[in-house]
Design a protein around this ligand. Sequence first.
Ligand SMILES: O=C(O)[C@H](O)COP(=O)(O)O
Length: 229
Amino acid sequence: MQKLVLIRHGESIWNLENRFTGWTDVDLSAEGYEQAKRAGQLLRKNGYNFDAGFASVLKRSIKTLHIVLEELDHLWIPVKKSWRLNERFYGSLQGLNKDQAIAQYGAEQVQKWRRDPNEDPPPVTKEDERYPGHDIRYKALTERELPLTENLTQTMDRVLPFWNEIIVPRIRKNDQVIICAHGNSLRALIKYMDNLSDEEVTQLEIPTATPIVYELDEGLNRIRHYYLS
Ligand SMILES: O=C(O)[C@H](O)COP(=O)(O)O
């Protein structure tokens, strides 16, 4: 039996301000730093060790993983960062306060944008400064890979190649792996691993900086999963 740990980043400044974030590279809030530290301490108390870490290319994920590994005295392990683990690209909702969005578009539409796996948030244009094509960290991506908006199904389609080609081989080698990502990139991964329907995944909410442990059998099938507390 092998354990895989998933963790959403600590609270970010825009989580605190209740704003759609997506690929916007906002920092952790003061509480977010503390949450990450507590998550690392919890993993240490429970005897966790890791051989490899994975993060997105957004600082709230990178910093959370770094703080967790620091608490474990594991800063030396290899950490691979990929845009494929980024939060879902929330299109032109990025930056908007979620309550203001409800006032503007209605609660039902906003809930669909947030949780319906096939509902596209309004896109940005290529001229918009939020378009990832303007950000040098994405310069190796093809135009097809650069989103104007993303629904959860599309997020899953770009997370899974990284999971299958990069992470799964490490787990198969018996490496202990920790993945620090985002509400919706983890939701996409969990939808796949737990074989959740489109309907079931609408109910899945993932708290910040709370380690989720997956116990896997030799075929990497899930035996059980639970939040570490
Ligand atoms: O990008 C965001 O705004 C959040 O990290 C996730 O937001 P959601 O819970 O509205 O999908």
